[in-house]
Design a binder for this molecule. Structure first.
Ligand code: FES
Ligand code: FES
Length: 379
């Protein structure tokens, strides 16, 4: 199965048919012959594949090409005439900041981000920012010196980031504008339960709750109660037609996103099943999440029941680099475990907010960081 994606690469509109599993680095190298983006670990560890999506550095080996629809992608080739990159190239040469050159495209991308975002960065901060880029040759001293040299020539304008805020000719302007817009102006979109999630990933999970099917259904058929059981979820309103407004906050290490948006919920009281679908934007990270959750219940004797959940999701924008299936699966597993614990407490007549101190957001975040580490180093 392939999906057609349209994006801007180095200012040029590109439309191509790609498999959902194709990551951006492979797409650029294999389909567009843009081989300056190097691939080292393909696990998000070495930083060799670092490039810019919407003006921000991302790991292109962790970013699905289909998730970049409407986005501005900038590779080292696209910065050939950029004055800041010209200063960095000269400084890398002057300070012997490369040897074999394998890490260099990723190093230059990160260095560009440092000198344009952190004009006052000292050596310690530069080394901290470079922690995600590995070099086997230079010992880093020349790279750090080159960046300090360019910083001393500053301040430096991030010119193509400005370009990224206007739609390039031929690109999907509405999507790009929506991704790049500040939070207050992001469009409020309502998704229908029937809306197709093109290029989405589906997970199926089930969890047993020690409560009758009737009791479980009485809990999960109330959107407000469901939100109370999910750390990070907040429901602001539910209309009689099932339209829901709210937000979902996810934090992975230093990355935190609050997806605010609208959705739709539909219940089948006879089958004791339902569907939630929606779409939300995180203005800070300029990312968008689209998801659909189908859930059903089944009795497992008089006092136990099974909750079956099918989740289809898609993340667009810079946060898509964290959307690898294994990592999301680990996060979903942990969320479901927390959710089941909370539902269990409610089924026992206890108060979630009081009884779940140990299952609060901080514990979830720690689990997410652990999941991220495992996903990065085990795959
Ligand atoms: S190839 Fe992407 S981080 Fe190593
Ligand atoms: S110059 Fe060889 S890996 Fe960095």
């Amino acid at each position: 199965m392939t999906a057609t994606t349209t994006l801007s690469v180095n200012g040029q509109a590109v439309s191509a048919s790609v498999e959902p599993r194709t990551h951006l680095a492979d797409f650029l190298r294999e389909s567009l012959n843009l081989t300056a983006t190097h691939i080292g670990c393909e696990h998000g560890v070495c930083g060799a594949c670092t490039l810019f999506v919407e003006g921000r550095p991302v790991r292109s080996c962790l970013t699905f090409a289909v998730s970049c629809g409407g986005a501005d992608v900038r590779t080292i080739e696209g910065l050939q005439d950029d004055p800041v990159m010209a200063r960095l190239r000269a400084a890398f040469t002057a300070h012997h900041a490369l040897q074999c050159g394998y890490c260099t495209p990723g190093m230059l991308a990160t260095a560009y981000d440092i000198v344009t975002r952190l004009p006052g960065a000292d050596e310690a901060r530069i080394r901290e920012e470079l922690a995600g880029n590995l070099c086997r040759c230079t010992g880093y001293a020349g790279i750090v010196e080159a960046i300090r040299d360019v910083l001393a020539q500053g301040p430096h304008a991030h010119e193509f980031a400005q370009l990224a805020r206007t739609a390039p000719s031929g690109a999907k302007a509405p999507a790009l504008a929506a991704v790049a817009a500040p939070e207050s102006s992001l469009p409020q979109q309502s998704a229908s339960a029937d809306e197709e999630i093109v290029g989405g990933v589906t997970l199926s999970r089930s969890v047993t709750v020690q409560a009758s099917q009737e009791r479980l259904w009485s809990i999960i058929s109330d959107p407000m109660t469901v939100a109370k059981c999910f750390p990070g979820a907040k429901v602001d309103s539910v209309s009689p037609e099932g339209l829901v407004a709210g937000s979902f906050t996810v934090t992975i290490g230093a990355v935190s996103a609050r997806f605010a948006g609208r959705g739709k919920v539909a219940f089948d009281g006879v089958a004791k099943s339902g569907m939630v679908s929606g779409m939300g934007d995180d203005g800070a990270s300029r990312s968008r999440a689209q998801g659909k959750v189908a859930f059903s219940t089944a009795a497992e004797g008089a006092d136990a029941s099974l909750l079956v959940v099918d989740i289809t999701y898609k993340i667009i924008g810079p946060l898509a680099q964290f959307a690898r299936a294994r990592l999301i699966a680990e996060i979903v597993d942990r969320l479901l475990k927390l959710f089941a614990n909370n539902v269990q407490l409610l089924a026992e007549g206890k108060d979630v907010s009081i009884e779940t101190g140990g299952f609060g957001l901080s514990m979830l975040l720690g689990a997410m960081v652990a999941a991220l580490r495992r996903a990065l180093f085990r795959e």
